[in-house]
Ligand binder design. Structure first.
Ligand code: UD1
Length: 427
């Protein structure tokens, strides 16, 4: 298990290029299962979750071919996915348990084979994360599902389009239903669908290879089933959560950072909140620049909510920023019930935070102090790294394998911006 050693207090400066979005790439990889023709995906990020998803595809019989001289996946390389001769419709426990996104493959495998056997998904430990909405959606498409011994066994022999009314705009359930409905006869309607940019990207990708999906990005999505998809080439969108992380990294250290390949329109909720803090940002010739000269003002209230609201995946990072801002901030986590596991670690560093149920009250302090802290999930772990960047003295962030799920060598990216951070392997 690796850990980061950070010497805090360095101002960050320079440029960071935003890599592809994990949460866009994963469902798109699952979508490749639906096509028998080769698909070329650009800019493959080497996050551990992506590598695990390619292993799931390979286990089904897909060929995942990095277009590199040595045939290995390098961060940012292009890959060819060939699902012409899949040999399995099952995802075993060993593969499904490490990544929650294995659940998207259920919709794709069903679409392709009209049957599937998938072990319960794993992923970050940030609450119960049930899959009832996924199951409800697939049942509305006339899939028969049994749930035994940790596996969902699905019979889609009589699949047909249907109407799915989601009780909550779940990102994963919306994606799973889109994937299941793409090759299913008839028209499927998803009401109260999630509107995240990653949903739009999945629909854009599938439409580019022949699907008929309308309304992605709104709360009603219509899918007209087609009989087959073609091959093609696609570039998934940049990662708005990584972009938000770098942006906050610059602010927490009083820095001056340029973001390349940044889509401000995907981060409006964050930018809106930062407006009142004293941070300065502008876009010039397609480059987004953010600056701060010192301690920012606290943001009075932040509530996480589905897109276009404030993303839960940036909650830990913005919370870290609030610990050293001037004033009091209230953060309400509406998406996941146990997503404040980073708080006790930040308190060890001198932060003044009280949590009751889903609400954290943060009274900004003059400074944090380095300590040995432990990442317990992906985004919470990154929040601790940000805190370490501005803390006095040395911070050790343990269990950085959580962070590697969604960032590729975060330490290198931060070093390029001037941070003093190194990775060491724990034995
Ligand atoms: C996706 C993102 C994750 C992000 C989350 C919310 C991916 C790979 N992951 O996760 O990074 O934090 O969206 O923006 O894209 N729920 C149910 N029943 C279900 C499904 C979800 O009750 O069947 C609940 C969850 O427990 C949670 C809420 O709905 O409280 C949101 O979950 P959902 O939108 O499904 O998130 P994920 O797709 O798992």
């Amino acid at each position: 298990m690796d850990k980061f050693l950070i010497k805090g207090g360095k101002k960050l400066g320079g440029a960071a290029e935003i890599t592809s979005a994990k949460n866009a790439y994963l469902p798109i990889l699952a979508g490749c299962i639906l096509s028998e023709k080769p698909i070329y995906l650009k800019n493959c990020p080497k996050y551990v979750d992506i590598i695990n998803m390619t292993k799931i595809l390979e286990n089904l019989g897909a060929k995942v071919l990095p277009l590199t001289a040595d045939g290995q996946i390098h961060n940012g390389c292009d890959i060819k996915i060939d699902c012409s001769s899949l040999s399995s419709h099952a995802i075993p426990h060993e593969l499904a348990s490490v990544i929650r996104s294995s659940i998207f493959s259920l919709g794709s495998i069903l679409g392709r084979f009209k049957k599937a056997k998938v072990a319960y998904p794993g992923g970050c430990e940030i609450g119960a994360r049930p899959i009832d909405l996924h199951i409800k959606g697939l049942r509305a498409l006339n899939v028969k599902i049994s749930d035994r011994h940790g596996y969902l066994t699905c019979d889609g022999t009589n699949m047909r389009g249907g109407t799915v009314n989601l009780d909550f705009p779940s990102v994963g359930a919306t994606e799973n239903i889109i994937l299941a409905a793409t090759l299913t006869k008839g028209t499927t309607k998803i009401i109260n669908a999630a509107k995240e940019p990653e949903i739009v990207d999945l629909a854009d990708f599938l439409n580019s290879i022949g699907a008929k999906i309308y309304g992605a990005g709104t709360s009603t999505i219509t899918i007209e089933g087609v009989s087959k998809l073609s091959g093609g080439e696609y570039t998934p969108i940049p990662d708005r959560i990584i972009a938000g992380t770098y942006l906050i990294a610059g602010l927490i250290c009083g820095g001056d950072i340029d973001l390349l390949n940044f889509k401000a329109e995907h981060n409006l909720a964050l930018l809106e909140k930062l407006k009142s803090t004293g941070a300065r940002f502008k876009t010039l010739n397609g480059v987004f620049n953010i600056k701060s000269d010192g301690r920012l003002k606290s943001i009075p209230k932040i509530e996480t909510s589905p897109y276009p609201g404030f993303p839960t995946d940036l909650q830990a990072q913005i919370l870290a920023l609030q610990t050293v801002s001037r004033g009091t901030s209230i953060i309400v986590e509406n998406l996941f019930e146990t997503r404040f596991k980073h708080v006790p670690e930040l308190v060890k560093m001198g932060a003044n935070i009280t949590v009751k149920d889903r609400t954290a009250v943060i009274n900004g302090v003059d400074k944090l102090y380095g300590a040995s802290v432990c990442a317990t999930d992906l985004r919470g772990g990154v929040g601790l790294v940000l805190a370490g960047l501005c803390a006095e003295g040395y911070t050790t962030v343990n269990h950085v394998h959580h962070i590697d799920r969604g960032y590729y060598k975060l330490e290198n990216q931060l070093q390029n911006l001037g941070a003093d951070i190194t990775r060491t392997s724990q034995t």
